[in-house]
Design a protein around this ligand. Sequence first.
Ligand code: FES
Ligand code: FES
Length: 218
Amino acid sequence: MRVNLTVNGRPQTADDVWEGESLLYVLRERLGLPGSKNACEQGECGSCTVRLDGVPVCACLVAAGQAEGREVVTVEGLADFARRRAEGGCAGGSRDPGDCSGAAADAACASETPSGAASGGATAAGVGLDQARAWRPKPADPAELAPIQKAFIDAGAVQCGFCTPGLLVAADELLERNAEPSDADIREALSGNLCRCTGYEKILDAVRLAAARAERAV
Ligand code: FES
Ligand code: FES
């Protein structure tokens, strides 16, 4: 089957998707976005966390067909997503202009296309696989990282490539809906993201740091 979805603001099409194929497989193997990690493939570790219409999900548990017509944000698009949100754009992944989350403003949302293509630079026809694979996330410059990514670096929370992408996506979503999370809030939001080796203290520090920086910036 063919699956049409929007990933990081760009319309994408995956062909010959078999019924049992996961969204994670489509992202990694078909669309060339390996940021979401494939660790347990059982919904246990959170390494594959992405946002589907704004909601954090384990991409390994989502059938690719369930993503038809929907919006996905992966760690590769996190900085652009955060930037759009900060600018008041409809970064929440909602297809309803009046249903933006976080700091998104309705007026700004309404001015965007439902697919987010206006900021993604893609056409309604989508982009080909080669183009998708050639695409590089915008934050080549560390100065362009999302605030949560900067906080992870500054707090020494980038521990390994398996847990970090999912943690970043989950932490960013937490701070979007709760600007001043308690430690309990942070632990609950990240409870589905497992580290098997290093620990969580620096990760907690990073989320606290991002929240404190956002507060100072207001
Ligand atoms: S790979 Fe999806 S939860 Fe572990
Ligand atoms: S699994 Fe990534 S640091 Fe432990």
